[in-house]
Design a protein around this ligand. Sequence first.
Ligand SMILES: [Zn+2]
Length: 405
Amino acid sequence: MAETKPNYQKLHITEQPITLSNWHCHVNWINTSLILVVPIFGCIAAFFTKLQPATAAWAILYYFWTGLGITAGYHRLWAHRSYEASLPLKIFLACVGGGAVQGSIRWWSSKHRAHHRWTDTVKDPYSVRKGVWYSHFMWMVMKQNPKDRGRTDISDLNHDPIVVWQHRHYGNFILVFGMFFPMLVAGLGWGDWQGGLVYAGILRFLFVQQATFCVNSLAHWLGDQPFDDRNSPRDHVLTALFPSDYRNAIEWWKYDPTKWSIWVWKQLGLASNLKQFRANEIEKGRVQQLQKKVDQKRAKLDWGVPLEQLPILSWDEFEVESQSGKPLTVIAGVVHDLTHFIHEHPGGKVLINSAIGKDATGLFNGGVYSHSNAAHNLLSSMRVGVIRGGGEVEIWRRRNSDKAI
Ligand SMILES: [Zn+2]
């Protein structure tokens, strides 16, 4: 019946099932060309292109520049504003960042802010909850439903003339800094025009793209969570939890070339106002996380029956029970059954026998031997009752000695 059919014309393409006749409408062809079609073409071309050592070195160097454009530029400068950059540095980062072929600063930073703001929800543009492949690159290959878009404030980016300029001419940035410039350097430098285009251009940006995409996908699955485990970001993305910190690794020696570059730019007067989260705040997160792990491990161990669940005995009852042959002793107001331990006692059977039927708190805690923490733990697994009033009291002893007289 016609009226029960969903009206597909009113639905966004992402709300319609993928069929043989409409699958191409689901694909974002511009993104797909830049992250799949051109890179695959580059891989094929590499079979027919000899790799010269100078071109290989240039490709690696340009890989680092364009990677820095993303990490120091797109990510820490524009998406998180973790420092301020002078105009020449901004122009450099906008150019090499554009050469990484990952979208304009404006597009990339707005998605990234949404990713932090809406982490692991449907509004997270590359939520890892939708699968590793989705968070890696399928979120760009397939069209997205505008209804699910997590909105963020990018008014600061709209007021940044470099961001606006790069966004407006982004197509040229891809052509010039993604392919033409690396080709020009190799071509004019040592006559390797083709190698420059294939290796320093296309394959190099393929590697930068994949490295960045891995942060969105694999980095949410692998590694430790030393700061907070409520969200999926892991160890190497400290930035995920302290996004306005210009560093990724706090310790200066940990591999973090972006941090080192920003620091060098500061010394050169190109960067300023480097933001750092207070060490105390970062340390708090780390300690709380450690505590959580300790608590989890602790919960798995046998710490003996909780005191509040043990039966309460009077001193009389304790004496009666231990005289009837049960090897019971009282330590710190708690009754312990030594049946299975008498023969294992490292201090020997005689010493432990001397504690049976008595309050051995003093003996246990240094009267004869001050027991280790391990002994205290072991003891707790033998507890069977609690003495009313806490232990043998003086009044008892006096009464018993009166009796003896
Ligand atoms: Zn971030």
